[in-house]
Design a protein around this ligand. Structure first.
Ligand code: SAM
Length: 309
């Protein structure tokens, strides 16, 4: 078993939100290295139970080793949290955690193809059983589609220019490796003096698209609400603004005591309905100075908590 060390982000804040206690039931939809799951099982000893999943088979394997001492108190699967409702009983959980994004081992392992700093196959699949890789997308999507991805999912200002350059270069030779794509981006859209690498945004956009991360998040929030008991809490940690907006909007919509047809909220056309949840964090919780110093990867983390009514 290879090393699968990942520093869990906002650990104390997650425990404060989830309030693990003996006899409680919890779901961790993003096991990663199993750090949050371990803390939840520890804090809910001796009888708390945990359902855990991750799309990444290596993460599930690592988490099951880390949690071995709690044998009999957890059930783990390789699955997307979008499908939590298919195997976790409805109305059974006191807390659901979604800690989005990548784990350190995914990012650090060149062969997974997430990193532009190391050379590996242009893959980026969290679940390697899934079909489409980043190379498939980069070599087959048309320029408009690539530009849209880079702009909408990465906020890349040079989206069009990058997309055109990719389409031109791939007509000579398809992209196969992370370095070949990063090198093209460095050439076409250099960022002299910038703190982040020029390929950061494009790589983020490709990763989100390959794993349909936004679709999974929307379905995952619905699934979390379904498996929670009344009074149970959803805790979500996001790492970029596109994800955070979805979580915020989900909370706002489900906390409202009405629905409306169409895209505009016209007060006269509102249909009353009971609110499904209460938003407990009006401002997102962020890591403090000590955590930032200890774990620079936590810098963009934002935590939000909602309680099912
Ligand atoms: C930041 S890590 C989680 C770290 C974990 N909380 C810990 O303490 O070690 C994010 C994990 O979420 C997983 N993931 C991302 N999207 C997922 C999804 N839709 N369903 C299941 N797992 C997902 C990734 O594979 C990755 O292992």
């Amino acid at each position: 078993m290879r090393d699968f060390t990942h520093k869990s982000v906002l650990l104390a804040e997650v425990l404060a939100a989830m309030q693990p206690r003996p006899g409680g039931r919890y779901a961790d939809g993003t096991l990663g290295g199993g750090g949050h799951a371990e803390a939840i099982l520890e804090a809910s000893s001796p009888t708390g139970r945990l359902y855990g999943c991750d799309r990444d088979g290596e993460a599930v394997e690592a988490a099951s080793l880390r949690l071995a001492r709690f044998a009999g108190r957890f059930e783990l699967r390789q699955a997307s949290f979008a499908d939590l409702g298919e195997w976790v009983p409805a109305g059974s959980c006191d807390g659901v955690l979604l800690d989005l994004g990548l784990s350190s081992p995914q990012l650090d392992r060149a062969e997974r193809g997430f990193s532009f700093q190391q050379d590996g196959p242009l893959d980026m699949r969290m679940d390697t059983r899934q079909g489409q890789t980043a190379a498939d997308l980069v070599n087959h999507a048309d320029a408009d589609e690539l530009a849209r991805l880079f702009w909408e999912l990465g906020g890349e200002r040079q989206a069009r220019r990058l997309a055109r350059a990719i389409v031109e270069r791939r007509s000579e030779r398809p992209f196969e490796t992370t370095r070949s794509l990063a090198a093209l981006i460095e050439r076409v859209a250099p960022r002299r003096g910038a703190r982040t690498h020029p390929a950061t945004k494009a790589f983020q956009a490709l990763r989100i698209a390959v794993n349909d991360e936004l679709g999974a998040l929307r379905s995952g929030l619905d699934a979390a609400l379904k498996v929670l008991k009344n009074g149970g809490r959803i805790t979500v940690i996001t790492f970029h603004s596109v994800e955070d907006r979805i979580v915020k909007e989900f909370g706002r919509t489900r906390a409202r005591g009405y629905t409306f047809a169409g895209s505009e909220d016209v007060p006269e056309l509102r249909q009353p309905c009971p609110p499904e949840l209460r938003v407990l964090t009006h401002k997102a919780v962020k890591p403090g100075a000590a955590e930032l110093a200890d774990n620079p990867r936590s810098r963009s983390a934002q935590l939000r908590v909602m309680e099912k009514i």
